[in-house]
Design a protein around this ligand. Structure first.
Ligand SMILES: O=C(O)CCC(=O)C(=O)O
Ligand SMILES: [Fe+2]
Length: 209
């Protein structure tokens, strides 16, 4: 991993691809974690995380969120996501290991992580931006994926623009979103009819009280 020839030595000898969308700062680090490590982390997280089935009210009707979720982090930072307020569970060793690894690249200290478990192609996340006010202006979001590969799409928040960008996020891939990205772009994990393996995604965040 870190002994690969680096195209960007200033970024900690880890190769990345800059995703070139206007008003964004998106860096993609394919296979940031090697596949054996990532397989182990997937199994570990599947077992140890306190996965929840959450519900959101749409027109007065409770609907299951199409994925399992969990929220871990420093004590005292609660978080509201799609109308659900979550209190964080305490960091596990596995989560801290990943957190420390990406903090050296992202140059921030993350204090929380939202976890998503996509069981199959019927699970996904609809178009949204990670722009909740507790994330502050221009949030840094560190996203690490494990297990099955899924499509991750960006589309402009400006309805007069039609720009879209698709990426595949696979086992051990790291995606770092910074700057104006959340103000100008939506993202989603579309549901798919294709057969896909279960996938776990972690989005590390900095929450301001
Ligand atoms: O699963 C992913 O890659 C994205 C998850 C996401 O966008 C979120 O939790 O806000
Ligand atoms: Fe998101």
């Amino acid at each position: 991993m870190s002994d690969q020839i680096s195209l960007f030595p200033e970024e900690n000898k880890t190769n990345y691809q800059q995703i070139n969308l206007p008003h964004s700062d998106i860096k993609f680090y394919p296979q940031f974690l090697d596949s054996v490590t990532s397989d182990n982390i997937f199994e570990k997280l599947k077992q140890e995380i306190n996965w929840q089935q959450e519900y959101i009210k749409i027109y007065g009707k409770e609907n299951p969120v199409p994925r399992l979720t969990a929220w871990y982090g420093d004590r005292g930072y609660s978080y509201t996501y799609s109308g659900i307020t979550m209190n964080p569970e305490s960091w596990t060793e596995t989560l801290l290991l990943i957190k420390h690894k990406i903090e050296t690249i992202a140059n921030v200290k993350f204090n929380s992580v939202l976890l998503n478990f996509y069981r199959d192609g019927n699970d996904g996340v609809a178009w949204h931006s990670d722009d909740e006010k507790e994330l502050g202006k221009n949030p840094v979001i560190g996203s690490v994926s494990f297990g099955g590969k899924r499509r991750f799409s960006f589309k402009s928040r400006d309805k007069t623009e039609s720009q879209k960008y698709d990426l595949n996020l696979g086992n051990g891939d790291f995606l770092l979103m910074k700057g104006e990205t959340q103000s100008y772009w939506y993202h989603q994990i579309p549901k798919t009819k294709k057969t896909v393996f279960p996938r776990i995604n972690l989005t590390f965040r900095v929450i301001y009280p």
